[in-house]
Design a protein. Structure first.
Length: 185
């Protein structure tokens, strides 16, 4: 765990982070945050895989994002606003995370500007991912989105179902099946 944290934190900050966190395991298909709940924590993904998922009024699942190791999971805007989350965060694999309550992280930020910069780095990264995803959904055809998915998430098509991939791409599973046949080697 400490080696992974060294990827995102200087060595002299790891103890501060660990002092306010706990490591927990989440089983595949369990939710870290449920839609409708007011989130109070964020987590760093040590191992495993998660997805942000909306469920529409007809019960259809829409995958908003896929989060893999060494990234942060959170319903950030709901947490900041202290409002119910519009989406759930579901584990797609058995996973381990390092969890931090937001109020504890806020105390770190109040005492050391490093943590404000750290937060900004992750907010900026999240914004860039969101902006690219929106651009792709608006401007690219389904086949190009699928090819980009394969390039951006190598091996992910072996880790998650085709239905989840189709949901992430904004297409029906039958459309994904046709695309896969068209680009098969």
């Amino acid at each position: 765990m400490i080696e992974q944290l060294k990827n995102i934190l200087p060595e002299n900050r790891i103890d501060d982070f660990l002092s306010i966190s706990k490591t927990i395991s989440i089983e595949a298909s369990d939710n870290y945050i449920r839609a409708g709940a007011i989130p109070k924590k964020i987590a760093f993904v040590l191992s495993g895989l998660f997805r942000y998922i909306y469920v529409d009024d007809k019960g259809n699942e829409i995958t908003k994002g896929i989060i893999e190791e060494n990234l942060i999971i959170s319903s950030y805007s709901a947490m900041i606003l202290e409002a119910p989350s519009f989406f759930s965060i579901e584990a797609l694999e058995d996973s381990k995370i390092v969890e931090v309550y937001w109020k504890d992280f806020m105390r770190l930020m109040e005492n050391d500007i490093f943590w404000i910069k750290f937060r900004l780095k992750f907010v900026e990264k999240g914004f860039m991912i969101k902006e690219k995803r929106e651009r792709d959904l608006l401007l690219l055809d389904a086949e190009t989105r699928y090819k980009n998915f394969l390039n951006e998430y190598p091996g992910m098509d072996q880790r998650i179902s085709q239905g989840i991939i189709a949901s992430y791409l904004g297409i029906k599973p039958s459309t994904l099946s046709r695309i896969r046949k068209n680009i098969a080697f």
